[in-house]
Design a protein around this ligand. Structure first.
Ligand SMILES: CCCCCCCCC/C=C/C(=O)SCCNC(=O)CCNC(=O)[C@H](O)C(C)(C)COP(=O)(O)OP(=O)(O)OC[C@H]1O[C@@H](n2cnc3c(N)ncnc32)[C@H](O)[C@@H]1OP(=O)(O)O
Ligand SMILES: NC(=O)C1=CN([C@@H]2O[C@H](COP(=O)(O)OP(=O)(O)OC[C@H]3O[C@@H](n4cnc5c(N)ncnc54)[C@H](OP(=O)(O)O)[C@@H]3O)[C@@H](O)[C@H]2O)C=CC1
Length: 288
């Protein structure tokens, strides 16, 4: 996370004081596990869930980032388990979930937010680069989903999974690897929503468009300039827009929703160029 990023996730003060869309006891005593909660969208989700009364477990690779989020949550009087872990490591994911059950005796919601990619023409991907993106966004997400479902099955309790994906329906040139991974997550989610319905587990996705976070720093200045023009609202969305969608699915409002993808993209799925690498002359060149 760069402190100078023009796309920082709002100030910590904003995360703590921005007016809540939902009533403040909505998730009281529930336990929410959020991956990638040390920055951006995951941080906003974790802090919002804490403000709504939930107890949090947060993971990510870098302990210092997680600690900063945890400090905010503790400052709100919330309870939080901080557990550095890579979602790519299936065995460690299993240990993480065991620790959550040991600490809280329950898990209500898993928010699979950890993920990312780098912009590059697909024809140039190295094997290592492709694998890094697929292992993180598809396989890592699956490790977390399966561990959560096994926990709920073994304890005989209900649960819900919310996977953060992205707006893949018109393709997204420059990030084909992540489109492949997220398409996998979406249809994985729809399928296990069916398989796990008898276990009282709901499985949904939230698909953000361009959201102002530190994660945007991986894109060129030109892409960062143009991505907010890639939707009907002509601006970046905010991390809390995604947090609100997650809360809708986690709360009583989501009780009859499963196998669904909620799109939070300012209308990008129906209109707007979304090049994350320079647009070829074939398509008019220039942007971004
Ligand atoms: C929505 C509609 C409209 C709007 C459209 C909006 C656009 C996109 C929408 C989504 C936006 C976001 O998600 S933004 C928020 C997400 N955050 C990020 O994306 C942060 C950056 N990404 C990551 O950190 C990723 O998680 C990821 C790259 C997979 C990290 O995995 P690793 O830690 O294993 O990565 P590294 O070790 O650094 O690299 C592994 C290999 O990957 C390749 N690699 C890594 N970075 C590379 C790079 N810049 N260029 C080439 N190749 C690269 C190399 O082969 C690396 O090996 P070596 O060569 O040996 O080093
Ligand atoms: N911002 C946007 O416009 C959009 C974002 N998204 C998706 O939303 C999610 C959050 O992105 P955003 O907040 O913007 O970006 P960030 O880069 O700020 O957040 C990604 C988080 O994932 C964590 N992470 C990455 N790899 C792993 C791993 N192997 N194990 C555990 N944690 C990991 C990172 O922490 P650490 O490095 O400490 O591991 C980081 O905190 C991502 O999946 C992203 O692709 C989707 C659409 C648009």
């Amino acid at each position: 996370m760069t402190q100078t990023s023009p796309h920082a996730t709002g100030s910590d003060a904003d995360l703590i004081t921005a007016p809540l869309t939902y009533r403040a006891d909505l998730l009281k005593d529930q336990v929410v596990l959020v991956s990638g909660a040390g920055s951006g969208i995951g941080k906003a989700i974790a802090v919002q869930c804490a403000r709504l009364g939930a107890r949090l477990a947060i993971c990510g690779r870098k302990a210092d980032k997680l600690e900063a989020t945890a400090e905010l949550i503790r400052g709100l009087g919330g309870e939080v388990l901080v557990r550095p872990a890579s979602i790519r490591d299936a065995d460690d994911v299993g240990r993480l979930h065991a620790e959550v059950w040991q600490r809280f005796g329950r898990l209500d919601h898993l928010v699979n937010n950890a993920g990312g990619q780098f912009p590059q023409a697909a024809i140039d991907y190295s094997v290592k680069g492709w694998n890094a993106v697929i292992d993180t966004n598809l396989t890592g997400t699956w490790h977390m989903m399966q561990a959560a479902a096994r926990g709920w099955r073994d304890h005989g309790t209900p649960g819900s999974i919310i996977n953060i994906v992205t707006v893949i329906w018109r393709g997204m040139p420059g990030v084909a690897h992540t489109c492949a991974a997220r398409a996998g997550v979406i249809y994985l989610s729809k399928t296990v929503a069916i398989e796990w319905a008898p276990l009282n587990i709901r499985v949904n996705c939230v698909a953000p468009g361009a959201i102002a976070t530190e994660g945007m720093d991986v894109y060129s200045d030109e892409a960062q300039r143009d991505l907010p023009r890639s939707n009907l609202m002509q601006r970046f969305g905010q991390a809390r827009d995604v947090a609100d969608a997650v809360t809708y699915l986690a709360g009583p409002s989501g009780a009859f929703v499963t196998g669904e993808v909620m799109v939070v993209d300012g209308g990008n799925q129906v209109w707007g160029d979304q090049w994350t690498i320079p647009r070829p002359d074939y398509f008019g060149g220039q942007r971004p």
